[in-house]
Design a protein around this ligand. Structure first.
Ligand code: FAD
Length: 350
């Protein structure tokens, strides 16, 4: 068992930001990351997701993202940037290290991992959502003889050429999958609720309002919910073109899955080779279960980034801070609070 002041779990945007601020103020820490290399979740995003096609990646603190060709895959560019950031700042990242559990060990939190156990005075959890894809249950899911995959497994449209693909989900990822796949295959789009397309520019005020709503939920101990449900789907030129071609004609959710497709309540059926579940992600926090953090509302109740049920634990990149800019702010705030906690603890020991 190793003694340390702070363990940061996850070396994505949030974890690297927290480590930057801990390092600047001389706090002893280690970053444990299960990824095969730098980049956080970006490392795993599909190659056809180009840098120019994402909404905008906020730079890590202190080092600008190098100018680069927007046609390059975002996964490559961000992995290179994060990798050089880790090297330049000599951040203490250990990988691949999978944290299985965080337990209350009395005076310290015990972080159990594939590389052994750390006994920490505080833990900053920055594990994102990518490792916890959400797949809703629908009757017949096991009967389907075609292929089922989630956004997390999507590598681009080419493998579906000539097939019929049902895309499930009402978010931006579903729309992006449809735009790409419809170029090479037949598609059907199903969503639980009618999607809300909007011409309105997404203003900074809209962004703040959406984040404030998620923050309210997290403060109340509810599951965070998604920011896009509050903002709607942007009517970009590509979206307008696809709508004119009928690619975005949406159907309600089917009733059940059969061996070779899906069936709706009114008896209508659609044959399919593939069902692509673009049904989102949930916070990847199973390793925190031993701390019994779940509030009666089903989420982890936070005060800022601090877990109300365990004040030595901070969650960043969670709920209202699940964006690159939010992760930066939360990383800084958590590092500051943890430093204060350690200082107060040191004074009490004198
Ligand atoms: P991640 O990047 O997911 O990093 C978490 C790290 O923790 C990973 O390296 C993972 O391996 C590690 N980890 C997980 N579990 C464990 C464990 N048990 N033990 C050890 N390590 C673990 N936001 C924007 O601001 N702009 C955008 O353009 C944008 N585009 C997006 C596009 C897509 C398709 C998606 C899904 C999200 C997008 N977002 C965007 C959201 C944004 O990517 C995230 O909010 C942010 O990058 C997440 O950073 P993070 O550090 O919280 O998590």
């Amino acid at each position: 068992m190793r003694l340390i002041d702070v363990v940061v779990i996850g070396a994505g945007q949030a974890g690297l930001t927290a480590a930057h601020h801990l390092q600047r103020t001389g706090v002893d820490h280690v970053l444990l990351d299960r990824g095969a290399g730098p980049g956080g979740a970006w490392r795993n995003r599909w190659p056809s997701l180009r840098l120019g096609g994402v909404h905008g990646i906020h730079p890590l603190p202190g080092v600008a993202m190098p100018e680069t060709d927007g046609a390059r895959p975002a996964s490559e560019v961000v992995s290179e940037y994060f990798g050089s950031y880790e090297r330049e700042l000599a951040l203490p990242v250990l990988r691949p290290v999978h944290v299985h559990a965080v337990r209350d060990g009395g005076e310290r939190l015990l972080v159990e991992s594939s590389a052994g156990t750390w006994a920490a005075r505080a833990v900053i959890n920055a594990t994102g959502t990518w490792d916890n894809p959400f797949l809703p249950h629908y009757p017949g899911r096991r009967e389907f003889t075609g292929r089922q995959l989630h956004t997390a497994d999507y590598r681009g449209p080419e493998e579906f050429r000539g097939q019929h693909v049902i895309v499930v989900g009402g978010g931006i990822s579903a729309v992006e999958h449809l735009l790409e796949i419809s170029e090479v295959a037949d598609t059907t789009w199903v969503t639980r609720r009618p999607p809300k397309f909007t011409d309105a520019m997404f203003t900074p005020e809209d962004g703040r309002a959406a984040v404030a709503e998620v923050e309210r939920r997290v403060r109340a101990g509810l599951p965070p919910g998604s920011v896009v449900s509050a903002t709607g789907l942007p009517n970009s030129p590509a979206v307008i073109a696809a709508r004119e071609l009928g690619v975005l004609d949406r159907l309600p959710m089917f009733q059940r899955i059969t061996a070779d497709g899906v069936v709706w309540a009114d008896g209508r059926a659609q044959r399919a080779d593939v069902i692509l579940w673009a049904t989102g992600f949930r916070p990847a926090i199973a390793h925190l279960a031993p701390l019994n953090l779940r509030a009666p509302g089903g989420g982890v109740q936070l005060d800022g980034t601090r877990a109300v049920a365990e004040p030595r634990l901070h969650l960043i990149g969670y709920g209202p801070s699940a964006s690159t800019i939010g992760a930066n702010r939360a990383g800084r705030a958590a590092a500051r609070e943890v430093r204060e906690l350690l200082r107060t603890g040191d004074q009490e020991c004198l």
